[in-house]
Design a protein around this ligand. Structure first.
Ligand code: NAD
Length: 482
């Protein structure tokens, strides 16, 4: 790494020590200052081809290593990520604006996947099963699918990478990660740490580019790259799903969400308000599992709105590098405009601003509470990805379940009640991959994370996450007759 005169660090790719073929770079912008904080190589299709070749070569050796060996390396990677938590958190904070305290939390969450899959690597079991023939022995084993291409978003620059790379490596796959244009620095650090702990050449490589379609095309056309794993918007996910069909890749897609948060009349209002705050406002509302619709029973809506208004007014908006900051900037101009447009559209159609409602200059938007939100408003149909909490009232369970399911998305949903029947029955009726019952933050490394409908395919995390990187091989052995 070198430092240029204006203190913008020029990062290089460990996977391309001689530099990218076209010798271009692009600037990484700190959303808090809107100034460049680093530059990274802007790789070309020729660079992508080199990484694909290295991944394929490395796979030949890596797939034959023992699960115990891979486990030990992953454990060392976990330790290195933990010891580097502050360095990674600073990278996260400067490249996408996450408040530093929250960024440290993300690093620990991200490290959890390395730890979990270090353990899980040793627990890949096969099955034996009976034959109708006395002399036959039948069994099924698991084998790594092959070299993997991973495309990740900017909103969790560390966790969205470890959630893919750790199970891929544990399974015996090699992996190439293309991080979002906005957040390449965290990815480069994670790769550097893997190399530092002895991760073999070609097993985990990062490619940075300001033209994701160009370099991705190389991997989609390459039959040797056996899997695509993507986290990002539904729009791009659909595009990449289609492109993966040409070479029949295994596909995992973690896409957008539009999470309902249902607060029933018997809920503990103070606790529900606390969890809504954590669920809605972390990462300034830029998470795929953030609630985008809060349905509250009419009989308690005034109390919940009061409880939220007090908390939202007290949120500290500021410099993400400051330990006390709770809400940082939005990631870019496009993100800010979408939030502003959603609020303007809602207000224009009759919603009332209880708190906030305005942009604050730079890429900051006031934490906002809207009530009298109603169907037809954009905020109920698209991901807002910002610090805006829209409230709707409901009267009956059937009505609220129908409204909650009335979306193309199906990632996460939340419900608040003290009644066991309501908790279980409503949970079963929600068309979502994840349900939090009196829990606004269910994600954890050992649990299955993923959605249904337009929120994607497959699961990450836990025993489910590694299956996405394994093929089943059936072996039939015919012994000599007795
Ligand atoms: P995005 O879809 O714009 O970009 C995601 C990635 O796709 C980036 O790396 C980008 O460079 C790449 N990309 C974009 N166009 C491409 C193309 N034509 N070819 C190849 N690659 C391309 O999403 P984003 O703005 O980075 O992230 C926010 C989105 O991610 C939201 O919709 C959010 O809900 C979703 N998300 C989902 C999960 C989940 O687990 N389900 C987690 C985090 C974020």
């Amino acid at each position: 790494m070198t430092t240029t005169a204006d203190d913008v660090k020029a990062w290089t790719l460990a996977s391309l020590p001689a530099g990218s073929a076209n010798n271009q770079s692009y600037q990484v912008i700190n959303p808090a200052t809107q100034q460049a904080c680093a530059s990274v190589p802007d790789c070309s299709a020729a660079d992508a081809k080199k990484l694909a070749d290295a991944s394929v070569t490395a796979f030949d050796t890596w797939k034959h290593t023992s699960a115990f060996h891979r486990s030990q390396l992953l454990r060392k990677w976990f330790d290195r990520i933990v010891s580097g938590a502050n360095e990674i958190a600073q990278a996260i904070s400067s490249e996408m604006g996450k408040p530093i305290k929250e960024a440290v939390g993300e690093v620990m969450y991200a490290a959890g996947f390395a730890e979990w899959y270090a353990e899980e690597a040793k627990r890949l079991y096969g099955e034996t099963f009976a034959s109708q023939h006395e002399n036959k022995r039948l069994y099924a084993t698991r084998q790594p699918v092959g070299p993997v291409y991973a495309v990740t978003p900017w909103n969790f620059p560390a966790a969205m990478i470890t959630r893919k790379v750790a199970p891929a490596l544990a399974a015996g796959c090699t992996v190439i990660v293309k991080p979002a244009e906005q957040s390449p620095l965290t990815a480069l650090l994670l790769e550097q740490y893997w190399r530092e702990v002895g991760g073999p050449e070609g097993t985990f490589q990062v490619i940075t580019s300001n033209n994701p379609a160009e370099i991705s095309g190389v991997f989609f056309q390459d039959r040797r790259i056996r899997k695509l794993t993507f986290t990002g918007s539904t729009e791009v996910g659909v595009l990449l799903y289609r492109q993966s069909a040409e070479t029949m890749k295994r596909v995992s897609l973690e896409l957008g969400g539009h999470a309902p948060f249902i607060v029933f009349a018997d809920a503990d209002i103070e606790r529900a308000a606390e969890e809504i705050m954590a669920c809605k406002f972390r990462n300034a509302g830029q998470t795929c599992v953030c609630t985008n619709r809060i349905y509250v029973h009419r009989s308690i809506s005034a109390r919940l709105i009061d409880a939220l208004a007090t908390r939202i007014s007290a949120l500290r908006v500021g410099d993400p590098a400051d330990e006390g900051t709770q809400i940082g900037p939005l990631v870019d101009e496009q993100g800010l405009n979408k939030v502003r447009e959603h609020v303007e559209d809602a207000v224009g159609r009759g919603a009332r601003v209880v708190v906030g409602g305005q942009a604050l200059g730079g890429l900051y938007f006031q934490p906002t509470l809207l009530c009298d939100v109603a169907p037809g408003m954009r905020i109920l149909e698209e991901e807002t990805f910002g610090p805006v909490a829209p409230i709707l009232e409901f009267d009956t369970t059937d009505e609220v379940v129908a409204a909650a399911n009335d979306t193309p998305y199906g990632l996460a949903a939340y419900l608040w009640t003290r009644d066991l029947d309501t908790a279980h029955r409503v949970s079963e009726r929600l068309d979502y991959g994840i349900v939090g019952i009196n829990d606004g933050a269910p994600s954890t490394a050992q649990a299955p994370f993923g959605g249904v409908k337009m929120s994607g395919l497959g699961r990450e995390g836990g025993v489910w996450g590694i299956q996405e990187y394994l093929d089943t091989k059936f072996v039939s052995v015919a012994l000599a007759p007795r």
